[in-house]
Design a protein around this ligand. Sequence first.
Ligand code: FES
Length: 233
Amino acid sequence: MAPLTTASRVLARSAALRMAPAAHVRALSTSPALASASSSFESPFKGESTSSKIPSFGKYVSKGSGATNQIISYFMVGTMGAISAAGAKSTVQEFLKNMAASADVLAMAKVEVDLAAIPEGKNVIIKWRGKPVFIRHRTAGEIDEANQVNIASLRDPEADADRVKKPEWLVMVGVCTHLGCVPIGEAGDFGGWFCPCHGSHYDISGRIRRGPAPLNLEIPAYDFGDDDKLVIG
Ligand code: FES
């Protein structure tokens, strides 16, 4: 009987050893919330006399189900996303508003001129976007003179008809195309404009005829409105 008893004791011990890890795993797989809610731990890094308790954070662990936690997470992410998007939109909007032209600049973008106040054969100079603009009410003789010029002989070949919308009204930016001086009207060798800075002569169509300027006087964007109104810009 003795050998049988010994054998059964060995078998029982080995079975107990095989079951021990499973029991250990079960103990570890217990919910951490439950484990931490009811216990506190000694710090392993302190001496025995100065050991300190690590508090339990179990009460901060969510009691809700996984689905509830997911909903809360999605809600928080969505809300933060919406707030961030609104902030970004407002920032971009403010930036664009600052970059846009101010009211006084917009007001200067277009200038209206009453043509009835300019007699035939006279010049008027107005200011548009910080530059002088020449408006000449040309006579029939001046229009003829402008059309009789041999275009091929010009430095910057341009027909008079391509520089005006109505032959009697010549509208040009009054800035010399050499270095930017303001030419003088009804002066020069060609009956048009003369730039005293370096001696450029423009004809009655504002085309360069003599001197260092390389191009004709620039024609701005303009249109004729109702009631003898000229709108520049
Ligand atoms: S700036 Fe007019 S000729 Fe030089």
